[in-house]
Design a protein. Sequence first.
Length: 248
Amino acid sequence: MKTLEGKTALVTGASRGIGRAIAIDLAENGCNIVINYNHSEDGAHETQRLVEEKGVKCRLEKADISDKEECDAMLEDILSGEGGVDILVNNAGINRDRSFLKMTRQMWDEVLGVNLNGPFNVTHGLLPHMVEQGWGRIINISSMGGQTGNFGQANYSVTKGGLIAFTMTLAREVARKGVTVNSVSPGYTHTDMTAGMPESAVDSVNAMIPMGRMADPSEIASAVSYFASPQASYVTGQVLGVNGGMYM
Ligand SMILES: NC(=O)c1ccc[n+]([C@@H]2O[C@H](COP(=O)([O-])OP(=O)(O)OC[C@H]3O[C@@H](n4cnc5c(N)ncnc54)[C@H](OP(=O)(O)O)[C@@H]3O)[C@@H](O)[C@H]2O)c1
């Protein structure tokens, strides 16, 4: 059933990885898609092709979400073109891993800029429209690292824990306005972000996951589509871990 027919979703960082899988899964449910990307133009076009195969409308918006001006220009374009966004998926994220003793202030700032300021810039621009229309879905992609901490990821974990707190706070603020705010918290997932891990590290990670393997991006996307769906109308402020049982 195409339960999201007539809706429009903006997925940040949808040129590859989990964002691409989310865009495809929402499109499968009949949702029109706006793909945000920063550097991977070819990847964004490939996501667009895969989304359009599902028979929905799709357009591309290039913007660095950590840059307020670029982000505002993108939102202006979307609001004038699409008339607004019903579903926002704050997915774009980066990591710059190093033990805290060796972490530079630049590594800290870069990760906070994309992973936390990015969702501020995008959400702040789109929320008034959702409130005005009395319907909206915001889904923040956090991470298991934001719930447990992770060696070498002080900057990244701070942003993901922060996104979870943001999810709960915003959920309370807009609960009576028809807007739900939830978070999907992935565990280790096969994307470019984990592709650089040495084989020995992958083996030891797999050994720690009760299901014994990393996630496929489509398994994260299913959880996002659930939060966007009419079936989740009474669900807000929640964090759904999709981590093979690694954190429970
Ligand atoms: N993979 C995992 O194991 C894992 C686990 C837990 C949580 N997560 C979270 O899931 C989300 C997606 O991760 P992924 O694994 O799919 O990562 P990925 O494969 O590295 O893809 C990252 C995406 O974010 C976009 N992006 C990065 N910086 C951006 C910026 N400044 N403005 C706009 N877009 C930007 C990239 O776009 P361009 O390539 O076009 O620049 C790309 O589409 C992230 O928030 C990540 O923290 C991932």
